[in-house]
Design a protein around this ligand. Structure first.
Ligand SMILES: Cc1cc2nc3c(=O)[nH]c(=O)nc-3n(C[C@H](O)[C@H](O)[C@H](O)COP(=O)(O)O)c2cc1C
Length: 195
C-alpha cells in the first residue's frame, strides 16, 4: 500500500501524481507564466483521442483581464465565489463532428485532455478544479460557439491558496476526497450484479 499526501492512500502502487491531484477552491490568484501555461497545453496536445481527431478546443483567460471576467460570468454564482481567485479560467470544448459525421467520442476525448491538463498542472505544483456548474447557453452566446462544438466544462487553474479566505461553508470541504474501492467498479468478464 502506498500512503501519500494524507489522508489519501492507494491500495495498489500508483504514481504520486494520482494522489496529489485534487480540486481545491482556495487559490492565490497569482499570475501564471506563459511557459508553464504552454506546458499544460502541451500535455493536452498529447492526449489520446478517437482516430487521433484531437477534438478538444480551449479558450482561456488570465485573471485581471476583461476576458477572465467574461468567462467568470458564465460560471454559477456558487462556483464564482471561489473560481474568481483562479489564475486562469478555461473553457474546454470539443468538436462534435469528425469528417462531416457526428463524432461519437468527442467529450470522452476532451475528458482525456482535461486529465492531461490536470495531471501536468499537479506535477508543476499548480492545481485545477473542473466546473460543470456554468451556464452553457451564456457561454455559447458569449463566446460565439457554433453548434459544431460541445462546451464540455470550465476549469479553474491556480496555485493553492489560504483556506481561511474561503466562505465558511467551503472551508471544511477543502481537503482531498476519498474514492470507492477498485473492486466496486471492476469485474472480470461479466457486468457485476453489485454495480
Ligand atoms: C466534469 C466535472 C464537473 C465538476 N463540476 C464542479 C462544480 O461545478 N463545482 C465544484 O465545486 N466542483 C466540481 N467538480 C469537481 C468534483 O466535485 C471533484 O473533482 C470530485 O469531487 C473529486 O474530487 P477531487 O477532484 O478533489 O479528487 C467537477 C468535476 C468534474 C470532473
Amino acid at each position: 500500500m502506498t500512503v501519500h499526501n494524507p489522508p489519501r492512500a492507494s491500495d495498489h502502487p500508483v504514481a504520486d501524481v494520482f494522489l496529489d491531484r485534487w480540486s481545491p477552491r482556495a487559490f492565490t490568484g497569482e499570475r501564471i507564466f506563459d511557459d508553464l501555461l504552454g506546458s499544460l497545453f502541451e500535455a493536452v496536445r498529447w492526449a489520446p483521442s478517437s482516430n487521433n481527431s484531437q477534438p478538444w478546443r480551449i479558450v482561456y483567460a488570465h485573471r485581471g483581464t476583461p476576458s477572465f471576467d467574461k468567462l467568470l460570468g458564465f460560471i454559477s454564482e456558487r462556483n464564482q465565489r471561489w473560481a474568481k481567485d483562479a489564475s486562469v479560467l478555461i473553457v474546454l470544448l470539443s468538436k462534435r463532428t469528425l469528417q462531416g459525421a457526428p463524432a461519437r467520442n468527442h467529450s470522452f476525448d476532451a475528458g482525456a485532455a482535461w486529465a492531461h491538463l490536470s495531471l501536468q498542472a499537479t506535477i508543476a505544483g499548480w492545481a485545477t478544479h473542473a466546473i460543470g456548474g456554468f451556464n452553457e447557453e451564456a457561454a455559447r452566446g458569449g463566446l460565439s460557439v457554433s453548434d459544431d462544438y460541445n462546451i464540455d466544462v470550465c476549469v479553474a487553474l491556480g496555485r493553492r491558496g489560504d483556506v481561511a479566505a474561503l466562505p465558511d461553508d467551503l472551508k471544511a470541504r477543502e481537503i482531498p476526497s476519498q474514492r470507492n474501492k477498485v473492486a466496486s467498479f471492476v469485474s472480470e468478464g461479466v457486468v457485476s450484479a453489485e454495480w
